[in-house]
Ligand binder design. Sequence first.
Ligand SMILES: Nc1nc2c(c(=O)[nH]1)N[C@H]1C(S)=C(S)[C@@H](COP(=O)(O)OP(=O)(O)OC[C@H]3O[C@@H](n4cnc5c(N)ncnc54)[C@H](O)[C@@H]3O)O[C@H]1N2
Ligand code: MOO
Length: 399
Amino acid sequence: MITFKEAYNSVLQHTVDYGTEQVLLKDAVGRVLAVDIKADRDFPPFNRATKDGIALSFSAINDGQSLFKIEAVIPAGNPTIELKDKTACVEIMTGAVVPKSTDVVVMYEDVVIHNGFAKLQKQPVKGQNIHIKGSDELKGATVLRKNTLITAAEIGVLSAVGAAKVWVKKLPKITTIATGNELVEVAEVPLPHQIRKSNINSLYAALLNEHILAQTLHLKDSKEAIKDALEVALKTNDVLLLSGGVSKGKFDFLPIALEELGVEKVFHKVLQRPGKPFWFGVQKATNTVIFSFPGNPASTFANYHIYFKPWLNKSLGLTVSNNYVILNEELDNKGSLTLFLRVKVTFTNGKLLANRIIENGSGDLTSLANCDGFICIAPNKNSYNKGTLVPFIQTRRLL
Ligand SMILES: Nc1nc2c(c(=O)[nH]1)N[C@H]1C(S)=C(S)[C@@H](COP(=O)(O)OP(=O)(O)OC[C@H]3O[C@@H](n4cnc5c(N)ncnc54)[C@H](O)[C@@H]3O)O[C@H]1N2
Ligand code: MOO
């Protein structure tokens, strides 16, 4: 059986570039930028008043002048004008173009306006309250880099440079597949020996967070039915996320069915808990990647975050980040398996502290709603003191 590190590295060696596509700006949030974005004009595009007040020539102030005739009133959105008389001033609003031959803006709070004249109450500084043309970025500068996750901030920048359509990384087409005769629909009342499908809905929701609208399938524990359905699914998807049917049971047909369909097994079973009987493979002919997760809810959920999420990030060109939290209790791991322990994380005095939660093994579904993620504890008699930094796999937004 391979170690967690070997399995993780192996999964990341099987990433796939799905190419690029153009989407409308409104659909770009959450996607990954596929090209560098350049400024189509200077930022800001003109000398911009940053306060409501008056604009004037500093040379007049230098000459000792403090009372200025108001020549015009300039709202934001008006074309550039020129201050004709350098001993006069204009009233100017935030966001308006600072007139030619003016180089200082004094805010209303520091002047008294009376009978068409403005009187300075305070000595201004040359250049104050003017956001100089091109001082943020010059035309042609790269303002966003390829392989950036597009958030609300990037949407603002894309809007400012006129990117009504955006080139983004294509997302893989995914079907999530639940297996098992015991599973019934959520809306059904299960018989005493049945349970409702939860893993598949959880995977579907996790993928929605990645802006992937997955198909879902449920297969009964029949080898022929599984093979027939998988044959079609392999042809029509880039990725299959399966849950259940991969351990040693008499009805765990997935490993054999996948191999009979020409899917190359990369590995089966990893020295870890939960998620040990994880089966990972690739169908070279169709370039389909198969993550076949163990059916226990904590196993499917953990392995999705441990393996699939970094695989997706790397496939899309995003950085695969390694995050750490501070262990807030002592523990050790004398066994041979890497443990992924469910933790609650608190943000205390600027630090993320992790405490284990009470859970009842890999089948304990409700514990997943009580934890913030998993800490990764290496095997073989490792002792961890309180205060140790440990790798953290986040399963919900923390801050
Ligand atoms: N002889 C052995 N038995 C088992 C081993 C082993 O190594 N030798 N491994 C155990 C471990 S560890 C795990 S994890 C499970 C994984 O088994 P499978 O992947 O074959 O999963 P199933 O047997 O189909 O289901 C396990 C469990 O999870 C429930 N389940 C399945 N799918 C769903 C779903 N979509 N939603 C909710 N719950 C689901 C299922 O009803 C079972 O209770 O095997 C151990 N056994
Ligand atoms: O590998 Mo299993 O997830 O421990 O129950």
